[in-house]
Design a protein around this ligand. Sequence first.
Ligand code: FCX
Length: 435
Amino acid sequence: MGIIKDRFKEKGDALAAEIKDLLKEHGTTKIGEVQLSQVYQGMRGITGLVTETSLLDAQEGIRFRGYSIPELREKLPKAEGGTEPLPEGLFYLMLIGELPTEADVEHLTGVWQRRSHVPNHVFATIEALPATTHPMTQFVVGIMALQTESEFSKRYAAGMSKKDYWDAVFDDSMDLIARLPRIAAYIYRRKYKNGDHIQPNGLLDWAGNFAHMMGYSDESFKELMRLYMVIHADHEGGNVSAHTTHLVGSALSDPYLSLAAGMNGLAGPLHGLANQEVIKWIYEMREELKTEAPTSEQIADYVKKTLEGGKVVPGYGHAVLRKTDPRFTAQMEFGKKHMPDDPLVQTVWNVYETVPPILQSLGKIKNPWPNVDAHSGALLVHYGMVEYEFYTVLFGVSRALGVLASLCWDRVLNFPLERPKSITTDLVKKWLKGE
Ligand code: FCX
């Protein structure tokens, strides 16, 4: 663990020094203009954040430290006998900024295994909730119960120096990532498998062990979990879960509090909950049409009905992307390799053929193409994970990798409290009148 922490601190200090020089020389350089409409419309297109771990291009999709998803699938270390990248490797890349060696990844697997113990009171707190509670609520409650373990908050209370914040945030982030799969698997088995829990397997990698604890021993499901945990991890800094974690962390709320806040944002249907909504929407369509394999015409009619009902087509559209999400494409490739004849997966592909032209014809939707959530559920259903209300928790375990790596960077770079300016419409009217 010491090795990765030392490397991170070295990289952090170097970048902090560079930023200091950069701001000294160019701090007053203008990098954009803001239009009134942007202020009213979700701040789209306003550059206002620094996130080092990944960058999104509207046409090409996400790159993690410069590497696209196809490149990561090729270059990151794999599990023995596997072909999908290990999430440990992606975390290392986001944290250190360089591709890891096999040994770095093995080291991280070991660190996370050693730090994965979840105290009993966390399970007891989850148990206090009715089993009917949405899994995302149980997940956030679990993270909050685990906050008793925060090194950052203990050290802060004991008078920690500013220069050590990064160190405590780093430790908390590692502990959290190590423990989240256990909490998530506990919620899954509690809600859907009569509380018949499965103990961790210390010989498995982080995602493989997560699959095992949820009760899936199939090797290709483990591969799916590795891919899933990689592609959902980060999507630059402005999306709701990343931005919220960063914002709350800027108040020096510890990583447990910050991540829980981000996860509450991920639980919204326009963000992470869209993955459950997609499967729900397809199930409802199949039920209404009384067929497992709706035709393109039937799908088109159902899409129109959805739109007429004043609802969004889940899994389609994006605030920044303007092309098919490469995270969708990676899952489609996985489907073609492992389950090309699965009827639900084929429906997802049919929807992909049918929906974009319809959305495009409306004229108002900026991106008619599918996002990551349009595909993920169908792959899970193939392996028997039909409990779609749980899907956002999987997204959350993965998203923790990106937002916590970013939180470590926020503290090592000493980023200040985030506090943008807000205005009232009265003030806008005065500005416009020149008052
Ligand atoms: N179906 C129907 N209408 C849609 C739509 C969709 N899939 N996507 C956008 N629109 C509508 C918007 O609702 C808006 O309508 P309005 O003007 O009547 O309010 C109009 O098109 C313009 O929206 P647009 O600028 O294209 O999109 P936004 O940046 O406002 O919103 C999201 C982006 C993702 C929220 C939007 O496309 C949406 O609601 N999609 C469905 C939900 C979804 O899949 N979310 C997951 C996104 C992501 F991948 C993730 O975070 O996980």
